[in-house]
Design a protein around this ligand. Structure first.
Ligand SMILES: Cc1ncc(COP(=O)(O)O)c(C=O)c1O
Length: 327
């Protein structure tokens, strides 16, 4: 029986859903949404905050500030509340309303950027605002999830070893790419493991992370409008890019069987299934990472009028996802 005193002390790291009965191909989905922050970002947030405390950057009176599409913000809001720091989250108009309310409920302040920068989109506008704040007052401490090594180290130390313990014969791992912290931590770990593992990055069409042209992306979590600083493509074996409409279909297919996952899980699963479809007779042991659960997406991914307006009446058509594969 786990008994905890701090909310960050609990994280379910050993739960997988086998998607074979839903998609017809075995894929073990590692569920990262079962902790008090509700997402995989708890691990990155904990690692970065503890490193900043050790290094003397974070002190009583410090104000944490971070640019986040939501989940890191919620995790930092939780840790800040527990440890007595103030926290200001800089997000943008695509952040789910429920996520903003959650941060506020935890005592944090949220600043929503309404307009994208001409060069670099919403992310560039968010980063510009954070830099200006830090220049204005030295009590602000910016952990900078896009460059902070604690982000990928959290997954090198915790996420990847947890997968390795459960799947000693792992062949392929599918990881969604946002800041690429999860991807780089897992890829670095499996590069030095006892057997070769193909690490496949899954990204959204419209993201510039792997060199594609920028385009509209409405689902937070995956994809970037500025290339992530910590990405080292030499660790990534393949990249699969997924259209948002296929993300939506994958989410609804899982929800139709009782598994309500977040938007980025739909992207990762859609990309993984399309990759696995090229190996129909193989017996590959495949794992994918599900960063969060679906409650935060009730106003978007799971709301029919939002879907219809953005993706058209066909969005919930249930035939096979069409996914582009890039090198
Ligand atoms: C829902 C969701 N999925 C995926 C990711 C991407 O993770 P990473 O930043 O480690 O690439 C994030 C990051 O915020 C997220 O919130």
């Amino acid at each position: 029986m786990p008994v905890i005193s701090a909310p960050l002390d609990f994280n379910e790291d050993e739960l997988y859903v086998d998607l074979r009965s839903i998609f017809g191909h075995s894929l073990f989905l590692k569920c990262e949404g079962f902790n008090f922050a509700g997402s995989i970002k708890l691990k990155a947030a904990t690692e970065m905050v503890e490193a900043a405390e050790r290094d003397g950057l974070l002190r009583p009176g410090s104000v944490l500030v971070e640019s986040s599409s939501g989940n890191l913000g919620v995790a930092l809001a939780m840790i800040a509340a527990n440890r007595g720091y103030r926290f200001l989250c800089v997000t943008d108009a695509r952040c789910n309303p429920a996520t903003i309310r959650m941060m506020e409920a935890l005592g944090s302040q949220v600043h929503v950027i309404g307009e994208a920068a001409t060069n670099g989109g919403f992310l560039a506008a968010r980063l510009h605002y954070v830099r200006a704040l830090c220049d204005s007052d030295d009590r602000y401490v910016w952990l900078n999830q896009y460059a902070n090594p604690g982000n990928w180290q959290a997954h090198f130390r915790r996420t990847a070893p947890a997968i390795a313990r459960q799947f000693p014969m792992l062949d392929v791992l599918f990881v969604g790419a946002g800041t690429t912290g999860t991807l780089m931590g897992c890829a670095r770990f499996f590069r030095q493991w006892h057997r070769p593992v193909r690490v496949v990055a899954v990204d959204s069409v419209g993201s510039v992370t792997f060199g594609g042209p920028p385009g509209r992306r409405m689902i937070p979590g995956l994809g970037t409008s500025v290339r992530p600083q910590m990405l080292d493509e030499s660790y990534v074996d393949e990249v699969v890019e997924v259209e948002e409409v296929d993300t939506i279909r994958a989410c609804h297919r899982m929800a139709g069987r009782g598994f309500l996952f977040g938007g980025s899980t739909g992207t990762v699963v859609s990309g993984a299934m399309s990759w696995l479809a090229d190996y129909p007779d193989s017996d590959l042991t495949a794992v994918a990472i599900a960063p969060d659960l679906g409650e935060r997406y009730l106003d978007t991914v799971y709301r029919p009028d939002w879907l219809q307006e953005l993706y058209g009446a066909d969005a919930l058509r249930t035939d096979e996802p069409a996914t582009t594969q890039a090198a």
